[in-house]
Design a protein around this ligand. Structure first.
Ligand SMILES: C[S@@+](CC[C@H](N)C(=O)[O-])C[C@H]1O[C@@H](n2cnc3c(N)ncnc32)[C@H](O)[C@@H]1O
Length: 405
């Protein structure tokens, strides 16, 4: 299957099924699609807990949704191979030869991601290397070691530049951290036709800017995109001409919240964090019921999120906090335990109905990545898209690699 065939077919499926996957179950006590697909909703709501967990992890395997939704076709469209790279240890996803001490101060997962990313950065003679939005330049240090060359790392936070530079110097890595806002006017000066730019998990507008500058300068690029929703634009503006025509032809106008779905999948959190999330979800849904009753308005009301340690101890405490945030005066005599139980019940329903969205998460992510790839192809680049590490290491495991043809 060519890139454009995959891109076109994904656009068609995403557009066709958008009434189902764009709808957020926690906002609707009854989903707008439920009356049109009553059998699907019923089948989902009847699923036992273990099946829900299994399908959250593996939405394409033995899915009971296959009777209604194009599960097999989506599974085929999201199957990508691991992007080829150089180096013997590639099969295990690890690059050989990085000093162990260099992993210090880098998260374990991040270090493994860097090791998997590394052999997939092919540097040809005479090419210079630039890391885009580098943080402390961990990837840049690893690259400078592997290719025995100087690497320039761009980052806008002075503290990160300083710490990264000190680390590189301590370790004898030839990395130059440069304080640079990549969105600023002159950022293109770091790129030319002999540059390869690398970016690991650069967010929406930051990688959009990168690809626009890459096209202008004719640089090569190796990019693992991330957080497509981090953009100033309310409605997604496809990068590629083909993307724009497909979106228009099929009526696919994606909003920022829709883009967030593409990166919603996270590595399974520790049990305590999972339990905390579940409780927070149930309490929010309990409060949702309460606020609809008290306000007499049957509409969802967004409540700000609370950091892990800031959640009130009790459901009542949480509702009082949320009511205060939204300027709602609560009446006396609320049946807190009944309401909390209703929240938990709703949460079980929402988790089941969300399975429809889980099925479209990876298709959307790959469609967005392909939009970037097709944009580069339209500009005369040769481009490839594949994975660079196992999903268990990071679900954001797509890698786009391109150079001028
Ligand atoms: C998601 S992190 C990725 C960092 C690193 N590549 C990694 O994988 O850990 C994004 C980095 O981009 C930096 N950043 C955000 N906006 C930027 C901008 N406008 N110019 C330069 N760097 C920016 C942040 O400070 C942060 O270090």
């Amino acid at each position: 299957m060519t890139h454009t065939e995959r891109f076109t077919q994904l656009a068609q499926r995403l557009a066709e099924w958008q009434p189902l996957w764009r709808c957020l179950p926690f906002q609707h006590p009854r989903l707008p699609w439920q009356s049109r697909w009553p059998g699907l909703a019923e089948a989902l709501l009847a699923l036992p807990d273990v099946e829900v967990v299994r399908l959250q992890e593996a939405p394409f395997i033995d899915s009971p949704l296959a009777g209604w939704l194009p599960v097999g076709e989506l599974a085929r469209l999201v199957t990508l191979t691991s992007l080829a790279g150089q180096g013997e240890a590639l099969a295990e996803g690890f690059a050989e030869g990085l000093p162990e001490a260099w992993a210090e101060g880098v998260g374990e997962r991040k270090w493994c991601q860097i090791q998997a990313f590394l052999p997939r950065v092919e540097v040809t003679g005479g090419e210079s290397l630039v890391e885009w939005c580098a943080g402390k330049g961990h990837l840049a240090r690893a690259l400078s070691h592997r290719h025995a060359m100087e690497v320039t790392a761009l980052e806008w936070q002075p503290a990160l530049c300083e710490a990264g530079q000190a680390m590189a110097e301590r370790q004898g890595a030839r990395v130059l951290l440069q304080e640079q806002d990549v969105m600023a006017k002159g950022a293109g000066r770091w790129l030319d036709a002999r540059t390869r730019v690398v970016a690991l998990h650069a967010c929406g507008d930051l990688h959009r800017r990168l690809l626009e500058l890459v096209v202008e300068a004719g640089s090569a690029v190796t990019l693992a995109p991330c957080c497509y929703q981090r953009t100033t634009e309310d409605i997604y503006r496809p990068f590629s001409g083909l993307g724009r025509s497909l979106a228009e032809a099929h009526g696919l106008a994606l909003e920022r919240d829709d883009l967030a779905l593409a990166v919603q999948e996270t590595v399974t959190a520790p049990r305590a964090v999972q339990r905390h999330r579940q409780r927070a979800g149930a309490w929010r849904l309990g409060f949702d019921r309460l606020q609809r009753d008290v306000r007499g308005v049957d509409a969802y009301l967004p409540v700000p999120s609370l950091a892990y340690g800031q959640m009130p101890e009790t459901f009542e405490g949480f509702c009082r906090w949320a009511a205060q945030q939204k300027g709602i005066v609560l009446p006396a005599g609320i049946d807190w335990s009944g309401l909390e139980a209703a929240g938990w019940e709703r949460q079980a329903e929402v988790a089941r109905l969300e399975l429809v969205r889980h099925l479209f998460r990876r298709p959307l992510e790959i469609w967005l990545a392909l939009d970037r790839l097709v944009f580069l192809e339209e500009a005369g680049f040769t481009a490839e898209l594949g994975t660079f590490c196992a999903r268990a290491l990071t679900p954001r495991n797509l890698l786009l690699r391109a150079r001028q043809a």
